[in-house]
Design a protein around this ligand. Sequence first.
Ligand code: FAD
Length: 385
Amino acid sequence: MQNSWDVVVIGAGVAGGLAALDCARRGLSVLLVEKRSFPRWKVCGCCFNANAQAALSSVGLSDLIRDQGGVELDQLRLGWNGSMLNLALPGGWALSRERFDQALVSAAEAAGARLRFQTGAVLEEICSGERMVRLRPSDGAAVERVRARVVLVAAGLQHQVLATIDASSTRIAGSSRLGAGCLIDDDDDVYASGAIHMAVARHGYVGLVRREDGALNLAAAFDPAALRSAGGAARAARAVISEAGFAVPRALETSRWQLTSALTRHADAFAGQRFLLLGDASGYVEPFTGEGMAWALAAGAAVAPFAEEAQRRWSRDLEQRWHQRLKLLTVNRQRLCRLLSTLLRQPLATDAMFRLGGYWPSLPQRVISSLNQVSPHALPSDSCR
Ligand SMILES: Cc1cc2nc3c(=O)[nH]c(=O)nc-3n(C[C@H](O)[C@H](O)[C@H](O)COP(=O)(O)OP(=O)(O)OC[C@H]3O[C@@H](n4cnc5c(N)ncnc54)[C@H](O)[C@@H]3O)c2cc1C
C-alpha cells in the first residue's frame, strides 16, 4: 500500500466518512481507516435533524438520506410519568447507521479515497514534518506505518488514538450517563413509523424509532447507578419505558443490548501537531436532543479547507482556527442540549416542563424549532479563516 498520504482519516463514522469524501473530491490523497467491518450497527437513535441535512447539502448530498430509503419523521412523542406530549417535528429523518455510514464511505471511495476496514489506527511521532500513523489489522496481519500531512481523528467517543506525546486529553463529566441501545425486529404496531417516541424517567431516557427496514431502534442514556441496580440495560430500559407510560416492546429483554462508555465529555484541545479532532472525538453531550450526527457532519463538512492548508504548511494558527471553528459549529450548539439534560435530572423541573407543555404546547414546540433551526455556521464555506 502507498506509504505517504495527504490525509489519513481515522474512523469511518459520520464525521470521518464525510471528511474523507470532501477531501478526496478536492484532489487530496486520502486513506480512511476503520477498525470495524462495514456495514455495522452502532448505538445511536439514527434520527437526523435539519442541521444534519444542512451539513449534507453543503457538500452536495441533499438527497443521500432519501435515496437510502430514510423514513420521514414528523412527530415527537414525549412520555413522562404517564403523561404524553405530542409535538410536530419539522424536517426529521430516520435511517439506520448501517445504511447511512456505508453510503458515506462508498461515496468517499467513489471520489478516490482508499478504505481500510478492520484496522485500528494510532498516532505516532512527527517525522520530517509528517505524522506517522500505525495501522494494526485485526486479522493479525503485520503492523504497518504510514505518513500523513494531516490526520483527521474521527474515531468517536471512546477513541484511544492519540500518541502519548500529544497534549490533548478528554475530560469526562462526573455526572455523565452511559449510553445503550438495541435493535428489535418485531411486527408490533405500537410504535408506528414516522414518529420518535421518547420515554423519560428519573434515571434515564429511551428513544424508540422505526427504521427504513421496519426494525425498532432503541437508544438510551442511563445513570450508571440505575443501570447497575436494574441488573443491565434491558431491565433499565423496561423500567424507564413503563414509568414514562409507553408500552414495553415484547422482545425488549431478549434483544442484544450494547453499552457505550460515559457520554458527556470534551477534549481540552481540538487539534495538535498535524492532527485535527472532529465528531464525538472532540466532545459529546448526552443524546437527549438527538443531534450528535448533526454536530459530527457539520465538522466533517468544514474540515477539508483546513486539510488543504495543511498540505502547504502547518501552524499553531491553523490549530487555533480549527478550535474556533469547531466551537462555533458544535460547542455553542451543545449548550441547549446540556441545559435540557440537566433539567431532566430534576423530577420537579421535568414535571413542571411537562405540565407547562401540556397547557402551552407552543413552548416545547419552540424548543424543537430552535433545535431544528439551521445554524449559519453549518452552511457551506470554503474558507478556513
Ligand atoms: C444513545 C445514543 C443515541 C443517539 N441518538 C442520536 C440521534 O438520534 N441523532 C443524532 O444525530 N445523534 C445521535 N447520537 C449521537 C451520534 O451517534 C454520534 O454523535 C455520532 O455517531 C458521532 O459520529 P462520529 O463520526 O464522531 O463517531 P462514530 O459514529 O462513533 O464513528 C467513529 C468510528 O471510528 C471507529 N474507530 C474508533 N477507534 C478507531 C481506531 N483506533 N482506528 C480506526 N477506527 C476507529 C469506530 O469503529 C467508529 O466506526 C446518539 C448517541 C447515543 C450514544
